[in-house]
Write a protein that binds this ligand. Sequence first.
Ligand SMILES: *[C@@H]1O[C@H](CO)[C@@H](O)[C@H](O)[C@H]1NC(C)=O
Ligand SMILES: *[C@@H]1O[C@H](CO)[C@@H](O)[C@H](O)[C@H]1NC(C)=O
Ligand SMILES: *[C@@H]1O[C@H](CO)[C@@H](O)[C@H](O)[C@H]1NC(C)=O
Ligand SMILES: *[C@@H]1O[C@H](CO)[C@@H](O)[C@H](O)[C@H]1NC(C)=O
Ligand SMILES: *[C@@H]1O[C@H](CO)[C@@H](O)[C@H](O)[C@H]1NC(C)=O
Ligand SMILES: *[C@@H]1O[C@H](CO)[C@@H](O)[C@H](O)[C@H]1NC(C)=O
Ligand SMILES: *[C@@H]1O[C@H](CO)[C@@H](O)[C@H](O)[C@H]1NC(C)=O
Ligand SMILES: *[C@@H]1O[C@H](CO)[C@@H](O)[C@H](O)[C@H]1NC(C)=O
Ligand SMILES: *[C@@H]1O[C@H](CO)[C@@H](O)[C@H](O)[C@H]1NC(C)=O
Ligand SMILES: *[C@@H]1O[C@H](CO)[C@@H](O)[C@H](O)[C@H]1NC(C)=O
Ligand SMILES: *[C@@H]1O[C@H](CO)[C@@H](O)[C@H](O)[C@H]1NC(C)=O
Ligand SMILES: *[C@@H]1O[C@H](CO)[C@@H](O)[C@H](O)[C@H]1NC(C)=O
Length: 591
Amino acid sequence: MIILSTLKVLFLLLFHSFLAEAIDFSDKETAAESWDILAAYSQASEWPNLSRDRAIGIRAQRDVSANVTIDYIVTPGVDLSRVVFEPYGYNAGSLQYLKTLMNVGVQTFVLDLYYDETNRNWLLCPKSRLLNDTASSDISECSISTFNLTSLITTMNQFLSVTNNDLDINVMFLLVRLNSLSSTGLSFKANVTDSNITSLSTAFSGINKIVSPSSIDGNALPTLNNLLFKLSQRVFPVIIENNLPTNSTYDLSVDKTTFFTFARSSAFEQPVPGYPTLNLELQNSGNMKCQQIDLPANSSSSLRFSYDTRSSPFTIQSYWESVQCGYSPIISHSLEDISNISTFLEVSSWAWAPFQPTVTNLDELNIPNLFSNLTNRDLPAAFTTSNYTSTALQKSPEIITADNNNNTIISGNNEISDDNPDDEYVNRCAAISKIGWIATTCDRKLFAICVNIKNSSDYAITVEKKSYMKADIECKALDGDYQLALPRNTIEQNYMISLIPLHEDTIWIDLNSLSSENCWVVGVNSNCPYQLVVSNHIFVRMITPSTVMALLLFLLLFVLQFQRIPVHKNRKYWRKLLNEKLKNDYDGVPS
Ligand SMILES: *[C@@H]1O[C@H](CO)[C@@H](O)[C@H](O)[C@H]1NC(C)=O
Ligand SMILES: *[C@@H]1O[C@H](CO)[C@@H](O)[C@H](O)[C@H]1NC(C)=O
Ligand SMILES: *[C@@H]1O[C@H](CO)[C@@H](O)[C@H](O)[C@H]1NC(C)=O
Ligand SMILES: *[C@@H]1O[C@H](CO)[C@@H](O)[C@H](O)[C@H]1NC(C)=O
Ligand SMILES: *[C@@H]1O[C@H](CO)[C@@H](O)[C@H](O)[C@H]1NC(C)=O
Ligand SMILES: *[C@@H]1O[C@H](CO)[C@@H](O)[C@H](O)[C@H]1NC(C)=O
Ligand SMILES: *[C@@H]1O[C@H](CO)[C@@H](O)[C@H](O)[C@H]1NC(C)=O
Ligand SMILES: *[C@@H]1O[C@H](CO)[C@@H](O)[C@H](O)[C@H]1NC(C)=O
Ligand SMILES: *[C@@H]1O[C@H](CO)[C@@H](O)[C@H](O)[C@H]1NC(C)=O
Ligand SMILES: *[C@@H]1O[C@H](CO)[C@@H](O)[C@H](O)[C@H]1NC(C)=O
Ligand SMILES: *[C@@H]1O[C@H](CO)[C@@H](O)[C@H](O)[C@H]1NC(C)=O
Ligand SMILES: *[C@@H]1O[C@H](CO)[C@@H](O)[C@H](O)[C@H]1NC(C)=O
């Protein structure tokens, strides 16, 4: 018995380590099968956990933007009322959805608060729901004892405290709408109105690492790195709408040390007069101004958010355009199921292409029509044969529709043999394509994009296609002080995309994971800043007493029977076995 289960663990261990290293799907898999593999590792199939691809991608994107001021940061957002509370109820159970959303990488939340003018308490429940509660006895919503601002903040804090580490920390925006609720003449029960939240400042000061307006100049925002690591703050509380009447019994002036608001550009009235302002833009997604902004990107930008409406909800295409435009998209319509947000999240990175970087060692560039197949599933048009004019900022409604478009993304001379012995280096280097960065094999021969060290708005393309290792050398060989370039924000991204030569689908950028799998760094010789943490992180989960035992046994076996484990000779066999295994067991990746 023990031996059997140990063997099982042993096999799993073997399986794990091989999966992480030795799979190369390029040989026989068709595009459709590859798609299925991609889909299996997608956010949708990992729900409610953050998919490993996205965890790695989000971290790389954050690190690349470390020195970028936070007005260039693009975050996925949701309107909590529309996406969570209305469909799932104003109750404690919905707070679990909030938790899940934070886990899968949603960083911007719109929160409605209701001030009960009669009882002088802040509530999370709108009047219509309270009325329904009184009318019907079966609905048990809005129960103050479990669903109140304090419990919501506790839920946020749980997430914030587990992600307060170098690997996972990120910025968050809490956009608040203040509403008034008059309960005069209505007999609400105390168990729905007595929240005992009489001061917003007191409640919000309980948020872990909340950004204090006194420490930040709202018109000259800090870099992401300074915010997170120097100021050690991460949650922006912003009042975006104030619907309290002028004769409200709540005195908002006392909260101006806690909240930001923003100056409206059109009307001179700001939501809350006298509050510290953030340079912030909030646009209906139909009105986004995606004009081309010239390089170098000035820091006098603003935090930009776009929202959709019930009548014109985001499509994958418009969501993606918002991201490329530098507007953080806030989903404000209810979804069929909350997990359906996965598809949006898959295109929520301004940097990486959808499903990138992949953990499967599936090199998407080797698969004919894979991306055009993606576009058929309502993802952004990837590689159109047409002239890509300047940026993704332009509305490009054309979605490639036919699989028979001769539209593969394999560059002409694909010199990668099926038998590439160097599995270690599969998908360890990043190239930029029209839909973002793609992790691919470093041996691929591509042009590279270079930037002038002395003039950061002067870019050039190398004259010869070389492997990633030689890309920087090719840049240095150009006339002038050039080095391999990397886009740090959406503006640079769009600009560099516009420089991809006609007839080329991808060109090298300065990003690789050579030093450590799953840790993307700038420069060929750079080390992963989290190497120890990353490997511990991954390793700790695998180390349970039984796996330690199995590992010891395995080592023993290995030592004793070295000759009998023909791993290397039978590599292909292993691959085949693993491929087959993978089809039935997508969960087998250590994460
Ligand atoms: C696209 O995906 C569908 C469904 O998986 C598949 O049947 C089709 O063959 C794929 N097309 C290409 C060109 O890969
Ligand atoms: C999510 O993560 C938890 C804890 O790591 C794990 O127990 C659970 O199986 C995961 N769920 C899925 C769907 O992967
Ligand atoms: C950010 O700037 C600092 C100081 O200029 C530099 O040391 C660091 O490498 C930069 N980080 C990134 C990710 O560019
Ligand atoms: C209130 O209850 C009625 C009937 O139960 C329902 O039709 C209506 O949608 C509810 N309103 C809200 C805001 O939940
Ligand atoms: C509040 O208490 C009343 C009885 O006093 C009960 O009928 C109702 O279900 C309670 N509401 C909630 C939300 O707990
Ligand atoms: C708010 O919710 C928390 C957590 O459920 C609970 O401990 C607290 O008592 C609630 N507050 C009130 C005033 O009921
Ligand atoms: C209401 O909050 C105050 C502090 O804000 C606290 O002292 C008091 O015990 C709370 N009352 C209830 C019933 O929770
Ligand atoms: C505020 O004024 C409106 C009428 O202008 C009135 O109906 C309402 O009761 C007032 N509210 C308070 C809290 O005095
Ligand atoms: C960008 O900043 C430079 C100086 O930092 C300034 O001269 C230029 O006018 C700015 N451009 C825009 C469009 O604001
Ligand atoms: C939404 O998610 C549900 C459950 O996962 C699924 O059945 C449904 O097809 C999804 N809808 C869309 C439009 O993706
Ligand atoms: C591509 O753009 C250039 C300049 O913007 C233009 O001269 C050329 O005709 C365009 N090519 C195609 C195929 O549209
Ligand atoms: C696709 O293009 C290649 C060369 O670019 C050509 O050899 C091939 O015949 C084309 N296939 C189709 C189906 O048009």
